[in-house]
Every structure is written in structure tokens, then in C-alpha cells.
Write a protein that binds this ligand. Sequence first.
Ligand code: ZN
Ligand code: ZN
Length: 370
Amino acid sequence: MPRVTGVVQAGARLDRARAILDELGLDGLLVSRGAAKRWLAGFVTHRGDELTSGYSGTLLVTRDTQLIMADGRYVEQADSECPGWEVHRTSKPIEGEVPAIAAGRRARRLGAEAEVLSHADWEGIEAGGLELVPVDELLAALRLVKDPDELAAIGRACALTDACFADLTTIVRPGMTEREVAWELEAWFRANGAEDLAFEPLVLVGARAAMPHGHSSDVAVADGQPLLIDVGCQVDGYRSDMTRTVFFGEPAPETRRRYEAVRQAQQLAFEAAAPGVIGADLDRVAREHLASAGLGEAFAHGIGHGIGLETHEAPMLKDWDRPLEAGMVFTLEPGIYFPGEMGIRIEDDVHLTDAGPRRLTSAPREIVVL
Ligand code: ZN
Ligand code: ZN
């Protein structure tokens, strides 16, 4: 996305990042997280790039310079993707390179991402005479409120996810294994314009859906069993994340009651969402509703998470004790789990506007019996 929004917006983003320098009395920011690098500089990393040693576009932002450090694999990419950024071709390990570059810019105290930089690199850089200060939360906060281009990209990913789900319901039939269904999902996204999946799709039959993050297996879809599908894709760097639970054959009355409680819990959380509302209140609203239906114990995770360049990013709603803001995008995904029996989850992506919440995913939430 930053590739198309151009230098003007990149400048505004840099200004906001530089405000962190004043806030914490820093001389610079060392930025290693893929999503932050893309958001700030337009540098795109792909699945797996983040874990390689070397420099896949580590950023150094000081008050008056912005530099992208790249090893031989990424120099050309950095040159073309990051106008306005000085590209430095690295030749030494990070603990040798960063202190020397920072010294040349009279930067000694740098903000860095404690969640991303390895402990060894952190210590190595400090041994080179720099002081590092964790800035993970402040950097993540820069991406909390999405701009129109970001919202459009998330919207495209969500629309594609809706279309995928609609097609999938015509393809899935009893006898197909979880893995076969997962492959249909992946192939569909690849064939229809997604650049990647947001995460490995979760396709879970019956009792297996009682594991909120279980992996797809050779278990087959069967009559009389629920099927939980949690899937998302990536378009122009931005992600979607949607869950539906569908049924093969008429569900038992108690299963219908449970499903309806989850659907209502999500709807109540949705209706409670507004700028100024404390994030954790959305979790509380859903939790209270499920508790009133005798299902409170079964709600085993938080109500939702921010989504954007990363599938899971701020705000993590359950623990978000601050007001929500217009322009935030987050999931609402109440789920209830009965070990050995079943799991039911309904998840949508929601854009909070000044006028209230707006669902970006809109596959049917009413019970679907295939
Ligand atoms: Zn999900
Ligand atoms: Zn999610």
C-alpha cells in the first residue's frame, strides 16, 4: 500500500514516528518488524523473510535522516520501493553495523522493538555503545487508525473472503477431509487475486473445533457435525480474518441454542462499538450475554483483535482499557468450546467509523445447514 500512496503520506508517517523521539528523549528509531517497515518506508517483506539472519530492510530513523539497511538480496528492492530513503548496503553483522552508522549520525539512544529484535542482537548493539529503549507499543500505536487507502485494501481482502466463503459452501461436501477443504480455500484465494493467505486456514470438524487454534487434519466432514472455518487473505499487504461455523444436517436443538447465543453475543458487541467506548467493554458485553445463556465458561478467549498489515495487532480488545477511535479495524469473534463435542465461533472484521461500526465481512451469520 505505501507503494501507491507515495512520498507525501510516507512523510506524514515519518513525522508521527519522529514524535516518539521527543516523547522518550531518543536520538533515533531502529525498526525491524515487517509491518512497521512496510508502513513507514514501503519496504515489503514476504512470508519467511523476517526470520532470516541479515538485513531485510531494517530501518534507522533519526531526527533528520531516514535510512534503510539492506544486505545484497534487498538493496535493489529497497532502492525501488522506498523513495526518500537512503539505502545502506550492509556488510557486517548488526552489532557491528548499527553502532557505526548511529555514531555517524550522533545517535546514541535508540528506540527498538523488544518483541522482534533477538536478545543476542539487542545485547550486541548495546555492547557497541548504544542504549536501546523498547518502543513496541508506541510504534504499534501509529498503525491503530487506518487511513482511506488502508481501509480500502482491508475492504478488498474482506470482500474476497466473503466471495471465497460463498463459493466454498457450494464445494464442501461430506467425505472431504479438513485438509482438502483448507486446500480448496488456499487455491481459491490464489486463483482470485489474493497475494497470500493471512494465516494457515483452520478447518475443523465436530469435536476438533473445540480447539480454538487446532490444525486441519485428515478427519472428514460428516453429516450431523459442525464445521468451523477460520480463514483470511492478504491484498496489497492488508489482511482479512473471518470465521463461520456451518452444519451438515440439522443441528440438535441445544446446538442451535448455543449457535444463536454466539451470534447474539457478537451482535451485541457490534452494537456496543463506538468511538469513545472502552475496548474491553465489547468483550464484557459478549461475555455477559454468553454467561446469561449458561455458556460463559465456554468462551475461552478474547472478543477480538486489531487487524491490518498484521492479522493480530493492536487493539487487543479484551485488555484494551482505552477508548476506541474512528478508523480502527478489529475483529469481533466470540466462540464457545465444548471439549470432545464441538466448537462454535463467528468472526467478522469491523471498521469503526464516526457514525458507528461497519462490518467489512458479511457472509451470512444466520445458521447455515448444508
Ligand atoms: Zn480468525
Ligand atoms: Zn481473529
